[in-house]
Design a protein. Structure first.
Length: 462
């Protein structure tokens, strides 16, 4: 079985305190995780082995208490407000959970917006819309119209074309949405290129370095079709250093002060400074990440000092996605085939893969693994955990630590799969996406059912 030597641990931010061959460390598991007397992992009082037999695999299991705790931490860390970045993971239950914990919600498309609004009774739609922030680097006129009709609280404008579209819509109905302008500070986050968004060479936002952002503020401030209320910036995702996030804040604050200060073109209009999301999370044994509270502290301290010096009063807000949802979930798979390539490695093929977690294929992201039925045991063996999609690159964990004797039919789980897994997944090969359950207080509730071939065939016309 163990033909593959354990690979060197990927680099993280801190020392590797956890032996990657030891039992799965609790810090990579949802908050309420515990190992039962039988050695099974329980989350929210539910045995993962039982959940797999009740709901089938692959299955996303979210710890509701963990999600709620992270939402509360974000609300406490950012007194000016915190919006849950729905792109990380969204369904009706998640939208309701985030709102009930006092978060606003950031959406990036008409589809996400509609999902959030439809999660609530129609009598609450206006109240909920008021708590939504609409993003998107190419919002269509239809998306903008829908958001304006719903009464979305804030739109984050990304381009001059979008300002043109808002002008056109205003001419028809006279509505004046509240907008922030998204700026790119010219900071490259030390993360994967695809999720680094703050550098000048980015498809997002108005560049500060090129003078474009100044022009955008001047134009928006002079428009009667929008109410300019702030500036937004998001430098990227999976950022481990709070210093990088605080540095971006300094650049944006320096940019905004003269424009929104007493004699600037947008004097007195800086109600809100949004620093986006981006806080990294630990996916594997070797990584350590700052807490949401530490991130909030770093940004708030920086902003409070700056605002005092410049006489600015804007609320500092943030939009965490990954830091709320990632570590709240594990994905359960069943091993269907084992292939040993003599002297090289063992492949363990499971019943999911790229379609429920495209991050390894997109970004080369690393994950770890454990066996829910043997959760407290050391994991001395290494397998390459692969999916069932018809791609060689459909690798879930390149070097997955597992207890000795992994066999066909066993359950294997990957932790920290709650963000950008289900939401980025796709039914490639017409393999439907997994079901999603929320667990709490010994109860499991299905919040997203398994995608079926009939769901896919429903799109075919003939
Ligand atoms: C504008 C914006 N806000 C917030 C987020 C959430 O980032 P994260 O999930 O890393 O916290 C993103 C992610 O891409 C984003 O683009």
């Amino acid at each position: 079985m163990n033909a593959e030597a354990p690979e060197a641990a990927p680099s993280g931010t801190g020392a590797n305190a956890d032996d990657p061959s030891g039992p799965i460390p609790s810090r990579l598991l949802p908050d309420t995780s515990e190992v039962s007397d039988q050695g099974h992992l329980r989350i929210g009082g539910c045995d993962l082995v039982d959940l797999a037999s009740e709901f089938g695999t692959p299955l996303f299991v979210y710890d509701e208490a963990h999600l709620r705790a992270r939402c509360r931490e974000a609300v406490a860390a950012f007194e000016g407000g915190a919006a849950y970045a729905a792109k990380a993971f969204l369904c009706a239950a998640m939208a309701r959970l985030a709102i009930s914990e006092g978060m606003d919600i950031d959406v990036s498309s008409g589809g996400e917006l509609e999902t959030v609004l439809r999660a609530f009774n129609s009598d609450r739609v206006h109240e909920i819309a008021e708590r939504v922030v609409l993003h998107g680097n190419n919002k269509s006129a239809d998306e903008l119209a829908m958001a304006r009709d719903a009464g979305v609280g804030r739109m984050v404008v990304d381009s001059f074309e979008e300002l043109d579209r808002l002008d056109d819509l205003h001419r028809v109905d006279g509505k004046v949405p509240r907008v922030l302008l998204r700026v790119t500070p010219g900071v490259r986050a030390e993360t994967h290129e695809y999720i680094s968004t703050g550098q000048a060479d980015s498809k997002f936002g108005f560049g500060i370095g090129q003078g474009v952002a100044v022009a955008a503020v001047e134009r928006a401030a002079a428009m009667s079709s929008v109410e300019l209320v702030g500036i937004h910036c998001h430098i990227g995702s999976q950022v481990f250093r709070t210093e990088s996030l605080a540095r971006a804040l300094d650049i944006v604050a320096e940019f905004a002060a003269p424009l929104f200060g007493d004699s600037g073109p947008a004097a007195g209009r800086l109600e809100e400074l949004s620093m986006g999301g981006g806080l990294g999370v630990a996916y594997v044994e070797s990584e350590r990440a700052p807490t949401i509270a530490e991130w909030g502290d770093a940004l708030s301290t920086s902003w409070a000092a700056f605002a005092r010096r410049h006489g600015l009063e804007a609320r500092l807000v943030a939009e965490p996605g990954r830091a709320i949802a990632a570590a709240a979930a594990v994905t359960l798979y069943t091993v269907g085939a084992l292939k040993e390539v003599s002297g090289v490695r063992t492949y363990a093929a499971v019943d999911g893969g790229y379609g429920d977690n495209p991050r390894p294929m997109l970004y080369g992201s690393d994950y770890t693994a454990f066996m829910p039925a043997r959760a407290g045991e050391p994991r001395p063996d290494r397998v390459r955990l692969v999916g069932k999609h018809c791609e060689s690159g459909d690798v879930i964990v390149r070097s997955a630590p597992v207890p000795a004797g992994l066999a066909v039919g066993d359950l294997v789980a990957t932790p920290v799969t709650g963000a950008y897994g289900y939401s980025m997944g796709a039914p490639y090969n017409r393999i439907g996406r997994p079901a999603v359950v929320f667990v709490a207080d010994g109860e499991a509730r299905l919040v997203v059912r398994r995608e079926t071939v009939d769901d896919m065939l429903a799109l075919d016309i003939d």
